[in-house]
Design a protein. Structure first.
Lengths: 451, 223
């Protein structure tokens, strides 16, 4: 036995888990990067505003430094506040009181009009983001000078916020994923329930606790269960047929065996006496075998195009009835096909056509047409076989179809073709009718229903 | 008439050979498909009786090989499986008729005779040439309505000529068809039998039913 393949449920859940994980990771990553970009932009805006504020109040002092005259932002005046500013030039620089002893060491030197953003660390390891703006100062008198105005802000609060955001995102993704997986597992359980029911019913059939599958299957399974049921019924019919055939065979052989035993025991077992008994046994075997050979209906059968086997039979019968010179016309509607075992169809049509050839004067006609009905997805088949013989009187018809059906009746071996054909037709839930042909003889109509 | 029996079951093969011999046939017997195919291709066979279920090469393959090689002699198949599928397969391969096993020899013989008659172009079991009538079923010969007693060999000779009525049949062909393989062949024997046959069919010598074509053979008129 091949190693068991993982269950459908496991396959689905594993695949979906991987997909969900990937989706959650992508969602978390995009949210995080969106948040980070927005946050950094906001920080930059704050720094921009600080730099503008510094410039707006700055004056050149006696030492030639550019110094803000009043600090609108109180945080700049508070050491360790997290907001820092400095104005540097070739002749010395100014630092906000907050930056005293902080070890702020921004080193971007943009030329006038330039603007640079940079990350740096303070002496105590605090991460900061700094903005440097280059300007050219042109006092009313004197020469123009270049300054770099810098503002920096601690990133620590922002980093803490980002950490909280990340934690929240990951927790949320994991919880959402688990919730979805759980929901899927429940959904799978619910949708696979009919399959488990099917499995259980099949086990019951195997164990002989039930004969066929119950009703009320979902649409997706109805086809399978319908076919399975048809298969089961077909198999049971076939088994019954074999049983009957075997029973009939054994039963009907008893009489000639008894007769032969009697002849032998009575010392009269000469060829003359034994021959009729042997003939009878031979006829019985032939007759019963003929009834047992056909395969019977199966739902697994593929469509058989009937044109070719009918042509083959016509050619074969032309040889067999060469002396009679039978004119056989064949009319098959284009594309006529029916799901039937090829051997069964040859047996069915062969018996009907053989019978027609046997009883015709010199012409037979075979017509095959699809049989359609609204409730069938696959069409049925109608096969009409006619001859120009003397026909079968209405009173004889049912007897002809039943001929030789029972083993203890006459088993002449002749004329059992129609009853065999009827039995094969019955195995496909079909019927055989005897009527009159416009050609003058009998018309045998075989009707096999569609599905 | 030279008949090939292709049957693997020894008892059945021997019985058939014996019964056909008794019915006036010259017999070639083969036990498997390869041997049978060879016999059909190499010997001047008039008709073959072939069992489909053979070991090794199947009867169907032998029939196909004969037909492919252009051999037109009629073939009767014996099938154990009485299904149309098997019959159609056999007839489609090139056989001309079938008999299902088990069978009575009379039926096989009747089918073989019908096949031979048809392959000779006769559609009725009664063959006619002028006043001479030969009934293939009863194996009886009548001249002008009066039964004529013939020996088995004389009957076989006349039947062969009548089945090929209208055609010239050479002495060599007659020797081939009417004697078994290893029989001592002497064309004078044929002349002697033709002479006897002529005396029996036409004691007064007025009808001349069997025509001699010097150096070519004999001919019986058709119809």
């Amino acid at each position: 036995m091949a190693p068991a393949s993982p269950s459908l449920q496991i396959r689905l859940l594993l695949t979906l888990a991987v997909l969900l994980l990937a989706a959650a990771a992508i969602a978390a990553w995009s949210l995080e990067s969106l948040y980070r970009n927005l946050g950094l932009q906001a920080l930059e805006d704050v720094l921009d505003a600080q730099v503008i504020a510094l410039i707006s109040t700055a004056e050149i002092d006696a030492d030639g430094r550019l110094v803000p005259q009043n600090l609108a932002e109180p945080r700049l005046a508070t050491p360790g506040s997290g907001l820092y500013a400095e104005i540097v030039s070739s002749r010395g620089s100014w630092r906000s009181p907050s930056a005293l002893g902080s070890g702020l060491n921004l080193d971007a030197q943009p030329s006038p009009g330039g603007r640079r953003l940079e990350h740096a660390r303070l002496a105590d390891g605090t991460r900061v983001i700094g903005l440097s703006l280059g300007i050219r100062w042109e006092p009313p008198e004197g020469e123009a000078r270049d300054f770099v105005i810098r503002a920096a802000q601690s990133l620590e609060p922002w980093y803490q916020q980002m950490h909280r955001v990340r934690t929240g995102l990951i927790t949320g993704s994991v919880l959402l994923g688990l919730f979805l997986l759980g929901g899927l597992a429940v959904a799978l359980r619910v949708s696979l329930k009919p399959l488990r029911r099917l499995e259980g019913e099949i086990v019951d059939i195997e164990a002989g606790r039930r004969e066929s599958l119950g009703a009320g299957w979902p649409r997706e399974l109805a086809g399978v269960t319908g076919n399975l049921n048809a298969l089961l019924i077909g198999e049971r019919k076939r088994l019954e047929r074999y049983r009957t055939t075997l029973g009939n065979l054994a039963h009907s052989l008893k009489t000639p065996i008894a007769a032969m035993r009697g002849l032998i025991e009575g010392g009269r077992a000469g060829p003359q006496a034994l021959s009729p008994q042997l003939d009878r046994m031979q006829a019985i075997v032939q007759h019963q075998l003929k009834r047992a050979v056909f395969g019977g209906s199966g739902t697994t059968l593929t469509d058989l195009a009937v044109q070719e086997p009918l042509e083959q039979l016509r050619a074969a019968l032309a040889k067999v009835y060469a002396d009679k010179n039978v004119r056989a016309t064949l009319a098959v509607a284009r594309g006529t096909a029916y799901p039937i075992d090829a051997g069964d169809f040859l047996e069915l049509a062969g018996n009907l056509m053989d019978n027609a050839c046997k009883y015709c004067r010199n012409a037979i006609a075979v017509r095959a047409t699809p049989w359609t009905a609204a409730e069938w997805r696959r069409p049925g088949l109608v096969l009409d076989v006619e001859d120009d013989g003397s026909g079968i009187p209405p009173a004889e018809r049912s007897r002809v179809l039943d001929r030789g059906a029972r083993a203890d009746e006459s088993v002449a071996g002749q004329g059992i073709g129609l009853s065999v054909a009827r039995e094969i037709a019955a195995a496909y839930s079909g019927t055989l009718e005897i009527g009159e042909s416009r050609m003058g003889g009998a018309r045998i109509s075989l009707r096999l229903p569609g599905r | 008439m030279r008949l090939l029996v292709l049957e693997d079951e020894p008892a059945l093969r021997e019985t058939l050979a014996q019964q056909f011999r008794a019915a006036g046939f010259t017999i070639d017997a083969a036990a498997d498909g390869v041997e049978g195919e060879f016999a059909g291709l190499e010997y001047p066979i008039d008709v073959a009786v072939v069992d489909l279920g053979l070991p090794g090469r199947s009867g169907l393959e032998a029939i196909r090989a004969w037909r492919k090689a252009g051999k037109a002699f009629p073939v009767l198949i014996l099938t154990a499986r009485d299904s149309w599928q098997e019959k159609v397969a056999g007839l489609d391969a090139g056989a001309d008729d079938y008999v299902t096993k088990p069978f009575r020899f009379e039926e096989v013989l009747a089918r073989v005779q019908a096949l031979l008659r048809r392959s000779g172009g006769w559609s009725q079991p009664l063959l006619k040439s002028g006043a001479v009538e030969l009934d293939t079923r009863a194996q009886e010969v009548r001249v002008g309505g009066t039964a004529v007693e013939l020996t088995a060999f004389e009957y076989r000779l006349l039947e062969y000529l009548m089945l090929r009525a209208g055609q010239v049949v050479s002495k060599a062909e007659l020797t081939d068809k009417l004697y078994e393989q290893d029989f001592e062949r002497d064309s004078n024997t044929i002349e002697v039998f033709i002479g006897r046959l002529r005396r029996k069919l036409d004691p007064e010598g007025t009808q001349q039913p069997i025509e001699t074509l010097r150096g070519r053979g004999y001919r019986i008129a058709r119809g």
